[in-house]
Design a protein around this ligand. Structure first.
Ligand SMILES: Cc1cc2nc3c(=O)[nH]c(=O)nc-3n(C[C@H](O)[C@H](O)[C@H](O)COP(=O)(O)O)c2cc1C
Length: 224
């Protein structure tokens, strides 16, 4: 497949087979992704590849904290109350996912189950936790570089038949992730990527999100 078709074929995967990913494959994926650009080639990223008992403990801690109503806690300042078209797109993809999963708008129980699934990192066999050194804060440039690495990881995994969902839910209780993945306090946890072999019978995996037309967000300056 050429790159254009390949990039357009990728989608987030939120249901996985109970099949482990060998460490060698995870390493191969990271080997490809690390050719992502970074500011001044500083490569300020770190990757903690987590599986097995450690990942199960993170799922459990995230779930317990969520059920106990513990506020989200991330390692960096952020704001995510979207407005206008951003909010509309956020709602649109949620509607697509809920429709696929047969979750009615007023079904609080199923909505809660879906949310908890996210906090369990979608029961994926592997999670890659991306961090950077805290002393780089305010770290917008490093965060940008981690974004380029994350997309490289997702594409390299997709090429190998492995699906991913980049997700904030898995690291919203960052102390849980620090503790069970043994991530030092002088690293800021940016994001995680849940990955595994897609479960083709999982309805949400069929969701194809939409994209705005270029004319809605691109300006051409100085072109004919
Ligand atoms: C920074 C970031 C955070 C995300 N967090 C979540 C999340 O917490 N839960 C989730 O289900 N998807 C999450 N996603 C996946 C997006 O919802 C998804 O990429 C978007 O809807 C577009 O769909 P696609 O990846 O299938 O093209 C996240 C993606 C990014 C880039």
């Amino acid at each position: 497949m050429d790159f254009s078709s390949f990039a357009q074929s990728r989608k987030s995967v939120r249901g996985f087979q109970k099949k482990p990913i060998p460490k060698a494959i995870v390493d191969e994926i990271i080997n490809v992704a690390k050719w992502a650009p970074s500011s001044y080639n500083t490569q300020t990223w770190r990757v903690h590849a987590v599986t097995g008992e450690a990942l199960d403990k993170i799922r459990e801690g995230n779930t317990n904290n969520t059920l106990a109503g513990k506020p989200h806690q991330r390692d960096f300042p952020y704001k995510e109350d979207y407005e206008g078209e951003h909010r509309r797109r956020q709602i649109d993809v949620a509607i697509q996912l809920f429709e696929a999963m047969g979750i009615a708008r007023d079904d609080k129980e199923k909505r809660m189950d879906w949310m908890l699934r996210g906090f369990r990192q979608f029961d994926a066999p592997v999670s890659l936790v991306l961090t950077y050194d805290k002393h780089l804060e305010p770290a917008a440039i490093s965060q940008f570089s981690l974004g380029s690495l994350a997309y490289g990881i997702v594409l390299a995994a997709w090429e190998r038949g492995i699906g991913c969902v980049i997700n904030g839910q898995g690291i919203m209780q960052s102390d849980v992730v620090h503790e069970h993945a043994n991530i030092p306090d002088d690293e800021s946890i940016m994001i995680c990527i849940a990955m595994g072999y897609p479960d083709d019978s999982f309805a949400a995996n069929d969701v194809r999100s939409t994209r705005a037309d270029n004319q809605d967000f691109v300006r051409y300056v100085g072109f004919e």
